[in-house]
Design a protein around this ligand. Structure first.
Ligand code: PLP
Length: 400
């Protein structure tokens, strides 16, 4: 799964070049940095690879999302439609900008159901935020069609789907603006980091300014720069960017290894009457960092999940997960009472605790996702497959 499993000489080389000059800041200090501009180089490498006209690095996936939302001029009272199954950061980012997260059910792609998106549109809606969960894609063509019809922005949270594609287009580059995360467990990591991707120059200009206190980044004297926007400090450091650059060079290697592991494991579980697989819009474009299984019942899913745990195999049973599914987001159920938020925002927030997410429940009750380590060899893959198949068989023999 994650890039941290293959740290090597590439990361060290870039990191040492930065340490040798001591210039850890991505901007300025031109005379002292010995021509090393790791953040700028990493941005160019990403842009070239995924064919995004503009890429801007920031300190995390979360700050990338916040910056992207701000760049669309979305805030106070505006609604952003997002899925009930994501990482809390997507929700937090929307809330932080003063906008209203509107959650909708997922379907068997494990991403937002386009029909539910259309039903959730109101006069306040400004953007749709598909989240490409667990390495694979939301139905972007359906979402883009809806967005066009209702004149909405599409903000892609592609934090978990670096390198994934639909046809020839990389996730994160298909909507108005997209985000990657390079936190420690993502496909590519630099410790902490994120990227904003767009083909629109005005959005890019806003993003690099906003994430650096509004600096216009014109000229070589930082103190003399103008500040066209009010911003914050969401900068990435040269140290982080150096590690990311080393990792990025190995993206294709990571993806092909993941795809190999995933298909080997999937083949061993194929054609079992109690196991189905997540629907993947473009199988060839899956980044393959995870394998998601749907079982015929909640009982089987729970049983498999607990036996995998006993066998020391990592897996996620999302229905009970604290971080990725609304059911356990008690801290957000209470957000209406958070008096540090404006009254107007609190009044507009839906009553998340009592919203009906039974469609998502029905899917996630039966779902297990296995993160695929890059270190899985044939023997370990066999062990995982057998653990799953044995626990289903055991359950069935108990029930007769
Ligand atoms: C990891 C993640 C984020 C946030 O990224 P950080 O770099 O950890 O801030 C946002 N959305 C999703 C779907 C993620 O998985």
């Amino acid at each position: 799964m994650p890039g941290f499993e293959i740290f090597g000489e590439e990361e060290k080389k870039h990191l040492n070049e930065v340490l040798d000059t001591g210039i850890l800041m991505r901007y300025n200090f031109d005379g002292l940095r010995n021509q090393h501009w790791k953040a700028a180089e990493f941005e160019k490498a990403i842009a070239d690879k995924i064919k995004s006209q503009y890429v801007h690095l920031v300190s995390s996936g979360t700050t990338a999302l916040i910056t992207a939302i701000k760049s669309l001029n979305i805030g106070a009272g505006d609604e952003i439609i997002m899925p009930s199954f994501t990482f809390v950061a997507s929700f937090e980012a929307v809330l932080f900008t003063g906008a209203i997260p509107i959650l909708v059910d997922i379907d068997d792609t494990l991403t937002m159901d386009p029909n539910e998106v259309e039903k959730a549109i109101t006069p306040r809606t400004k953007a749709i935020m598909p989240v490409h969960m667990c390495g694979a894609m939301a139905d972007m063509h359906a979402i883009l069609t809806i967005a066009q019809k209702h004149q909405l922005y599409v903000l892609e949270d592609a934090c978990q789907a670096i390198g994934a594609k639909i046809g020839n287009e990389y996730l994160g580059t298909m909507g108005t603006i997209g985000c990657f995360s390079f936190d420690f467990v993502k496909t590519i990591t630099c410790g902490e980091g994120g990227a904003i991707l767009t083909n629109q120059e005005d959005l890019y200009e806003f993003c690099h300014q906003y994430s650096d206190h509004g600096h216009d980044h014109i000229g070589k004297d930082r103190g003399a720069e103008k500040h066209p926007v009010t911003g914050l400090n969401f900068r990435i450091s040269e140290l982080h960017a150096a590690v990311g650059l080393g990792q990025w060079e190995k993206l294709d290697q990571i993806l092909s290894k993941q795809r190999e592991i995933k298909s080997a494991l999937k083949n061993k579980l194929m054609h079992h009457q109690d196991i189905q697989f997540r629907r993947i819009i473009d199988e060839n474009g899956d980044n393959a960092s995870f394998l998601t299984l749907f079982f015929n019942s909640e009982e089987i899913a729970k049983k498999v999940s607990s036996e995998l745990k006993q066998n020391g195999i990592a897996s996620a049973y999302w229905f009970d997960n604290n971080w990725h599914y609304i059911r356990q987001w008690n801290h957000f159920f209470d957000v209406k009472n958070d008096t540090t938020l404006y009254k107007e925002q609190r009044n507009l927030l839906p009553d998340y605790a009592n919203q009906d997410f039974s469609k998502s429940d029905e899917i996630l009750k039966r779902t297990i996702t296995l993160p695929l380590s890059l270190n899985l060899d044939e023997q370990k893959i066999e062990f995982i497959a057998n653990s799953i198949l044995d626990s289903i068989a055991n359950l069935q023999s108990q029930s007769v």
